[in-house]
Design a protein around this ligand. Sequence first.
Ligand code: HEM
Ligand code: HEM
Length: 227
Amino acid sequence: MQTLDWWLLLHPVLAVVLIYPLLGVVLRLGLQARQRRVNRAKLPPTTGREHNQLGQWLAAAVVVVVLIALAVVISSKQTADSSRQLPLLLAWLGTATSLVALWRVQSAGLRLSFSLITWCGLLALGAQPEVFRLSDNPLEAAFWQSHYWGGVLVCGLMLFNLAAWPEIQRHLSWRRLHISANVLAALLFLSQGISGTRDLLEIPLSWQQPFLQQCNWAERICPPTQH
Ligand code: HEM
Ligand code: HEM
């Protein structure tokens, strides 16, 4: 393992040790909040509040972990073209700042604006040629197996939660929308776990890269090794 390989591991490690355990807790507290409300179950009155607090951390952490993945993927494959480095750095910093702003602002208009700016920032960074996307065509099966597209979609849903939590707390119709959106998010988290581990299996260590680039991946053959 070289330094670059450790950098590439940062995103999967944070997903495994931070995001998924937190997701388990947020899911459980959300279900308890609902049981308390609908079935009048005897559960602590704090379930809703704790679900919301940990949910906000989860949503922000997902975006941060994706920002880390995008930074590592883009900078590890950057070629000599230095004219793109500054705009890319500014786009990354702008997206991160917009996430911080979304966390802090209170008015509905600002929450909507900053959530959209953050998501557009992720899409702009993800559109760079360094970021591997299986397919960009939703009509192809590969699009739905793409770790990238699942990732930006789940980020969009998390940003929606982060932007709209005061409305979700107050209005029944928003809570219904919140539940539907997050059933989809839970499925996407599951598929991210599968496509992410698949990608880890497929990406070679950096010292193996030069040899594997000579392989014909469609035919699944590599040039014979010399001894
Ligand atoms: C894994 C994703 C999530 C799932 C499956 C989920 C599910 C739920 C469920 C089942 C409820 C109860 C609805 C009811 O009482 O009818 C709820 C309430 C709520 N959720 Fe989530 N949620 C998720 C993530 C989030 C996140 C990320 C946030 C915040 C950023 C959040 C904020 C809230 C709020 C504010 C409420 C209302 C709580 C209250 O009753 O005071 N949720 N959620
Ligand atoms: C919280 C769930 C996750 C989300 C939202 C997410 C999202 C993303 C995004 C948007 C990228 C950048 C685009 C790309 O290069 O494909 C990425 C890269 C990557 N992710 Fe995840 N991911 C998640 C979980 C995981 C897990 C659990 C693993 C493995 C254990 C993983 C492994 C990877 C790898 C290896 C890359 C780099 C791929 C490359 O260089 O092309 N991810 N992830």
